[in-house]
Design a protein around this ligand. Sequence first.
Ligand SMILES: [Zn+2]
Length: 154
Amino acid sequence: MSQKVISFHYKLTNTNGDVLDSSEGKEALAFLTGSNQIISGLEKELVEMETGDKKTVTVASDEAYGPKFDDRIADVPREQFPEDVQVGMMFSTDPQGQSIVTVTNVSDDTVTIDANHPLAGEDLTFDVEVTAVREATADEIDHGHAHGEGGVQH
Ligand SMILES: [Zn+2]
């Protein structure tokens, strides 16, 4: 199947109706199909749409950021953290900054950290509007991402 580059505007809300992210006022986001650049539950819908189409897509957590795993939540001795540690702070646990943990509780002796993706276990709703669809270039397929406006520029 030929790969395409799809550009779209989006507004992401959770089940409470809180807006978590939006492309409003920014460039439309461009992605290369079939390259895991965006969550699978959203890509599945976008590939069926044409330029100008609008849709509200609800993606179950399994097709978004996956379930929340209890074994990724741990209590760590407080002295391993800075004095001013607070709920909501994020720390990376490896030098590359790949794994991020979020502080979810602070007590006198322990700090609870959660290594789940912040959106794990959440059903997500995307209001999307497709602004452009085109064939991917050989370079894009080679790199595994979209180039140009809204994509990777290098
Ligand atoms: Zn590239």
